[in-house]
Write a protein that binds this ligand. Structure first.
Ligand code: CP
Length: 306
C-alpha cells in the first residue's frame, strides 16, 4: 500500500496529480450529486489522538462522499484509555480489514510507525511538530485556484513556526513547487534548523510581508508552550498580529490564509480574518474536503493492471 506520511519526498508531478484530482471534486461537492460510489465497499477509520474540527470532519465527509464506510474512533471511548499501546491499537484495527487509517497523533513519527505495522494505507492527519500533509495540499489548491499557479509566488508564513506541522508541510510543498517562502517570527518561535529549511527568515512583519502575494498566519500554540517562553498575547499581537496596517506593505490584494483554529485578536485581527475579498480561510476549509477525497481515492483505489 502507498501511504501519505508527509510532503517531504513527494515530487512536483505527484503533488500536481493530487491537486488535479482534488480540483475535479470541488464542483461535485458544490452540486446536488455529492455522493458517488467510487470507493463503495471500502472502510476508512479516523484515529485521532488529538482534537480536531476541520481535519476529522472533512476526512469523514470525504470518505462518505466517495461511498466508503467511515468510522470515527474516539480515543476517549477506546481501550487506549485502559493502557493499550498505539501499535496494539493499530494491529487490532488492522485485523478488521481496513482500506485506510487516518491518524492524528501528538508524537512526530507515529503515522510512520503505524504504516510499518498495518496492511492498509496510512494517511498522516497531523503528527506532533512534524507534518500535516493534507493541510499543505489544501492550502496549495486554494492558492492555485485563486492565483493560477504556485511557481514564483512569495508566501510569508507568519507566527509560531516552531510548533507548526502546518508550516513544515507548507515549506516543503511550496519549495517543491517553486514558490519563494519566507518565515516571519520572533527568534523564540523559530526552530533551530530554520537556516536549513530553504526559507528567507524575517523577524519583523514590515520586511516579511513586503510585496508578499500570500500571507499565511499560524495559531500561537499556547498548549505546546508549557515551561517555555510564553509571550504576552497583547504584546504578541502588537508585533506579529495581522491587521490592515501590517498588511499594507504586501501586494495589493494579497491573499490572507489561516489553517484554523484561529485565536482572534492574538495572531489575527477579526476584521482581516473576515475580509470577504482577501481572506480565503473558509475556502481553505471547503477545499479540504476535495483534497481528502483525492487522497483517499488515489491511495485506496485498486491498482490498474499493467
Ligand atoms: N487545520 C486543522 O488541522 O484544523 P483541525 O485541528 O480543526 O483539524
Amino acid at each position: 500500500h502507498r501511504h501519505l506520511l508527509g510532503i517531504e519526498g513527494l515530487t512536483a508531478p505527484e503533488i500536481n496529480l493530487l491537486l488535479d484530482t482534488a480540483d475535479r471534486y470541488v464542483e461535485q461537492n458544490r452540486g446536488e450529486n455529492r455522493v458517488t460510489n467510487k470507493l463503495a465497499g471500502k472502510t476508512i477509520v479516523n484515529l485521532f489522538f488529538e482534537n480536531s474540527t476541520r481535519t476529522r470532519t472533512s476526512f469523514e465527509l470525504a470518505a462518505r462522499r466517495l461511498g466508503a464506510d467511515a468510522i470515527n474512533m474516539s480515543v476517549d471511548g477506546s481501550s487506549v484509555k485502559k493502557g493499550e499501546t498505539l501499535i496494539d491499537t493499530a494491529l487490532t484495527l488492522n485485523a478488521m480489514h481496513l482500506d485506510a487509517l487516518v491518524v492524528r497523533h501528538q508524537e512526530s513519527g507515529a503515522p510512520k510507525l503505524l504504516a510499518s505495522k498495518v496492511n492498509c494505507a496510512v494517511i498522516n492527519a497531523g503528527d506532533g511538530q512534524h507534518e500535516h500533509p493534507t493541510q499543505a495540499l489544501l492550502d496549495a489548491l486554494t492558492i492555485r485556484r485563486r492565483l493560477g499557479t504556485l511557481k514564483g509566488l512569495t508566501v510569508a508564513i507568519c507566527g509560531d513556526i516552531l510548533h507548526s506541522r502546518v508550516a513544515r508541510s507548507n515549506i516543503h510543498l511550496l519549495n517543491i513547487m517553486g514558490a519563494n517562502v519566507r518565515v516571519v517570527a520572533p527568534p523564540t518561535l523559530l526552530p533551530g534548523a530554520v537556516d536549513r529549511m530553504g526559507v528567507e527568515v524575517h523577524h519583523s512583519m514590515a520586511t516579511g510581508l513586503k510585496d508578499a502575494d500570500i500571507v499565511m498566519m499560524l495559531r500561537l500554540q499556547l498548549e505546546r508552550m508549557q515551561g517555555q517562553f510564553l509571550p504576552s498575547q497583547r504584546e504578541y499581537f502588537r508585533f506579529f498580529g495581522l491587521d490592515y496596517d501590517k498588511l499594507s506593505v504586501a501586494k495589493p490584494g494579497a491573499l490572507i490564509m489561516h489553517p484554523g483554529p484561529m485565536n482572534r485578536g492574538v495572531e489575527i485581527d477579526s476584521l482581516v480574518a473576515d475580509d470577504i475579498h482577501r481572506s480565503v480561510i473558509l475556502q481553505q476549509v471547503e477545499l479540504g474536503v476535495a483534497v481528502r477525497m483525492a487522497c483517499l481515492d488515489l491511495l485506496t483505489a485498486a491498482p490498474k493492471a499493467a
